[in-house]
Ligand binder design. Structure first.
Ligand SMILES: *Cc1c(COP(=O)(O)O)cnc(C)c1O
Length: 299
């Protein structure tokens, strides 16, 4: 893994500085933050002698791809419990699941109703009956060890930024950023979904209150996209030569630019935006957009 990710400044008119931390460059298939979230979980799993990892995710999940790859790299059997049992009969797996399978991941497809039971002890016991002992990694990878890994995203060169921005799914990444930020910094989270529960979830993990969720840029919900988001992502790539994904980082960056235009940030603000990766999902998203006859994400 290449942990020497760079901070890359983007050229903008005006006094506000925007710098992007290229966590996406850690690995082409393992989104930056997913790898950080797994790091200490993998160490713990080895310590306790686990040989299998079991986790949960949707068919396009960056987390599923990351766990599959980590299992292959570090010698764990991996089991992915995938939301949507209609996928079982799919003739061709989508690019995310194709990659996960090529890493050796076994799948269990479950209905959306069953998937909602993913934290219930009964459901987990059933999974143990079916697959034997495993180290359980929660959906999205978020737990205390994941947050410890995400605390390593910020380094001392980053403490002069006024704002640190990141996309939010389960809130693990932003919690790590908050815990390792300086109190003069403000951490802005851009949820990629409509999640009223997020505020509370983050409070469980975060040990400072220098943060805020900006809830205006989820574009209708998780995985939902609009042509204006696609055209923003394509324009951003052409202007700055940095690819964004449509589920997380595209929405965050759209939000940052919109807030700059609306005067949210004061003059001379320095903003560090975390590129959490997610690019493995773009091919699958494009297949879907193509079927719907919508404009594609340029890759
Ligand atoms: C999973 C993911 C996030 C969200 O991270 P959380 O810790 O769940 O909030 C953000 N960006 C990308 C690219 C992701 O894959």
């Amino acid at each position: 893994m290449n942990y020497n990710v760079e901070n890359q400044k983007i050229e903008l008119d005006g006094s506000i500085e925007v710098v992007i931390k290229r966590e996406d460059l850690i690995h082409p298939f393992i989104s930056g933050n997913k790898y950080r979230k797994l790091k200490y979980n993998l160490i713990r799993a080895k310590e306790i002698g686990a040989t299998s990892l079991l986790t949960f995710g949707g068919a396009f999940s960056n987390h599923i791809a990351a766990v599959a790859f980590a299992g292959k790299s570090y010698g764990f059997r991996t089991i992915g419990v995938i939301r949507g049992n209609e996928l079982e009969t799919m003739q061709v797996l989508n690019p995310t699941l194709t990659f996960a399978k090529s890493c050796g991941m076994e799948f269990k497809f479950v209905s959306r109703a069953a998937y909602r039971q993913k934290t219930s002890q009964d459901f987990i016991n059933l999974l143990r009956t079916e697959f034997g002992e495993f180290y359980l990694v929660p959906e999205g990878g978020t737990n205390n060890l994941a947050i410890k890994g995400c605390e390593e995203i910020l380094v001392k060169e980053d403490y002069h930024y006024d704002f640190i921005c990141c996309a939010v799914g389960t809130g693990g990444t932003i919690s790590g950023l908050i815990n390792n930020s300086k109190s003069h910094q403000k951490i802005l989270g851009f949820p990629a979904l409509k999640g009223d529960f997020l505020q509370q979830d983050i409070c469980k993990f975060a040990n400072q209150n220098n943060w805020k969720l900006i809830t205006d840029y989820h574009f209708g919900g998780y995985g939902k996209i609009k042509p204006e988001l696609i055209s923003f992502i394509n324009k951003f790539k052409r202007n700055h030569n940095i690819p964004l994904d449509p589920v997380y980082t595209g929405k965050m960056m759209f939000g940052i630019f919109d807030l700059i235009n609306k005067g949210f940030f004061s003059k001379n603000s320095k903003i560090l935006a975390i590129h959490t990766g997610g690019l493995q999902g773009v091919t699958g998203m494009n297949e879907m957009l193509k079927r719907k006859g919508q404009p594609l994400i340029e890759i």
